[in-house]
Design a protein around this ligand. Structure first.
Ligand code: HXC
Length: 519
């Protein structure tokens, strides 16, 4: 009997904790189209797999009457569970408890699961929905954040860290998600900014709404802070599950290869026709991607940001790979500051987690002009070059069409230690395009031809001469910079065979404390 009352006490406490900040606040959360912290966890993890930690933790603050407002669990639900049978650690901020604001105890709960995730070698998923530092706790709250930041930094490149933003995320609180690998934001119900609209107005006079300052659309299109903008929380949770299919548990493991029912030698005749006759005509590189990957499935990251380069995950014969592809459909696939940063970050993400990188090249060069130069295209382009050069995972580069100048070097060329470099017969690998080259090489001669028709004829002749010499893959193949020129329709098979060979690849960098990537 004595035991029974004790057990009842436990069950009551559990029920109390599950009430979060009370029914009214739960209703208000639902009214905003948001799930509660526990609902999110239930929807994300395998059914019945969640084991909650620290359900009975509460805050210890007595400032501003907070001692009368104590909630079991204190504004964050933490624990572990599984996704597709794989262990993950998770924290989910509970907006119904003091606006999900972060106290010292709250931070300790998050740190506890992060520490265990590091020891076990399992991903950490953070669901953010919080008013930021708990104001009543003062510096203890700031210290709590810094404890989390420090763990984010230590865990970076060791275990995958994924952040979903399903509500407010403001002030310094944004820096924990920013230190993780991936940020997913729900449309119209989440925002991230270092300083909100009110402070912005006071300090700068700028009048701006919450949505325009830090909504999902802004971060998915303009700042690049968000890798995914999702319609709603359900879609966001699905993206987390999908992402994990491509990631290993930690940096000492390979991503998990799955059984592949898509024939590895699937010939795609359409690919032989995909490159337009006119080299200046665009096409959608995603059509190429969908044709070559398993089951036409491609999980694109940063879909709406720097659209001149496409990055994302797919599988080849069940092997998770990262794909980087110039997009001729947008700004002719030119490399600019944003595209360089986007791709560099992605290449490093893949390399950190042993994910082979497949690069599809069709790049006319770097974007010229003062805006790019003043913005530091030199440093930013160097980031991408650095990322490729440093990456030791299997690297396969396919040149589809243009590969000009510095951009040729940057986009996974042989000398940046790509393992296998193939080119389609439509490839043009040269220092620059024919028009620019002839203007430079023949400029003086051209200006001396006074007859317009003669001049046009001369330019055309010279451009043709240049095209014959350089606008093809064979000059690069002659020097062994391209390992083979392949038929486009066989690309899938050729990539898969290369991946099979490279599965046991070992490569390394010289010993050093760390590199000094041009940040
Ligand atoms: C304590 C907080 C809180 C906070 C919200 N609440 N934020 N309590 N500390 N930071 C409480 C509210 O008092 C309220 O309690 C409940 O949470 C819900 O908040 P509402 O304002 O009613 O909700 P809503 O209208 O939806 O507005 C949400 C909000 C707003 C936009 C997030 O609450 C807000 O602006 N909060 C402050 C944001 C902020 O400036 N935080 C500090 C950032 S600086 P009741 O009892 O009424 O339900 C920071 C530094 C971190 O974070 C540094 C790390 C380096």
């Amino acid at each position: 009997m004595a035991h029974e009352s004790k057990i009842n006490e436990l069950l009551e406490k559990r029920e109390q904790a599950k009430l979060c900040g009370g029914e009214e606040r739960i209703k208000s959360q639902h009214k905003k189209g948001k799930y509660t912290a526990r609902e999110r966890i239930e929807k994300l993890l395998d059914e019945g797999s969640f084991e909650e930690y620290d359900m009975f933790v509460s805050h210890r603050c007595v400032n501003f009457g907070l001692e009368k407002e104590v909630y079991l669990g204190d504004g964050v639900v933490t624990g572990r569970g599984t996704i597709d049978g794989r262990v993950v650690f998770i924290f989910s901020q509970d907006f119904t408890v003091l606006g999900g604001s972060l106290s010292e105890s709250f931070a300790k709960k998050i740190c506890k699961i992060m520490d265990q995730a590091m020891k076990v070698g399992a991903p950490v998923i953070g669901i953010n929905d919080s008013g930021g530092a708990r104001i009543q706790e003062g510096v203890n709250s700031l210290a709590g954040y810094a404890e989390i930041f420090m763990r984010n930094i230590a865990a970076s490149g060791v275990i995958p860290q994924i952040s979903a933003i399903f509500g407010p995320c403001a002030g310094g609180a944004v820096y924990s998600p920013a230190l993780t690998d991936v940020i997913i934001m729900s449309d119209k119900s989440s925002y991230m900014f270092v300083t909100g609209p009110k402070v912005t107005k006071t300090v700068t006079g700028e009048d701006i709404t919450t949505e325009d300052l830090g909504g999902a659309t802004i971060h998915a299109t303009k700042s690049g802070v968000a890798h995914f903008r999702v319609e709603n929380e359900d879609e966001g949770l699905l993206v987390i599950r999908k992402l994990l299919e491509y990631l290993p548990q930690n940096n000492l493991e390979d991503p998990i290869a799955t059984e592949c029912t898509d024939p590895i030698d699937r010939v795609e005749d359409q690919l032989n026709e995909v490159i337009p006759e006119n080299p200046n005509q665009p096409y959608n590189v995603k059509d190429v991607i969908y044709h070559i990957v398993d089951k036409h499935e491609f999980l694109e990251m940063h879909q709406h940001y720097a659209k001149n380069i496409v990055v994302g995950f797919a599988k080849f014969n069940g092997i998770p790979c990262g794909i980087v592809a110039n997009q001729p459909n947008f700004l002719a696939g030119v490399l600019d500051i944003d595209a360089s940063k986007k791709a560099a970050r992605f290449v490093r993400f893949c390399d950190a987690f042993n994910i082979p990188i497949i690069t599809l090249v069709d790049v006319p060069g770097f974007l010229p002009g003062s805006i790019q130069e003043y913005g530091g295209i030199i440093t930013n382009g160097a980031k991408l070059m650095f990322a490729y050069g440093e990456a030791t995972v299997p690297k396969i580069t396919i040149t589809l069409r243009k590969s000009y100048g510095g951009a040729h070097d940057v986009m996974g060329c042989k000398q940046l230690r790509a393992d296998v470099n193939y080119a389609w017969p439509s490839a043009e690998i040269a220092v620059m395009g024919p028009k620019g080259a002839i203007e430079i090489l023949e400029g003086r001669k051209i200006s001396e031809i006074t007859d317009v028709r003669e001049r046009v004829k001369y330019i055309a002749e010279k451009e043709n001469e240049y095209k014959e010499k350089f606008a093809n893959p064979y000059d690069a193949a002659k020097y062994g910079y391209i390992d083979d020129v392949i038929e486009p329709r066989n690309t899938r098979f050729r990539i898969i065979r290369a991946l099979q060979t490279l599965a046991t690849k070992k490569d390394h960098l010289p010993p050093k404390k760390h590199s000094n990537i041009p940040l």
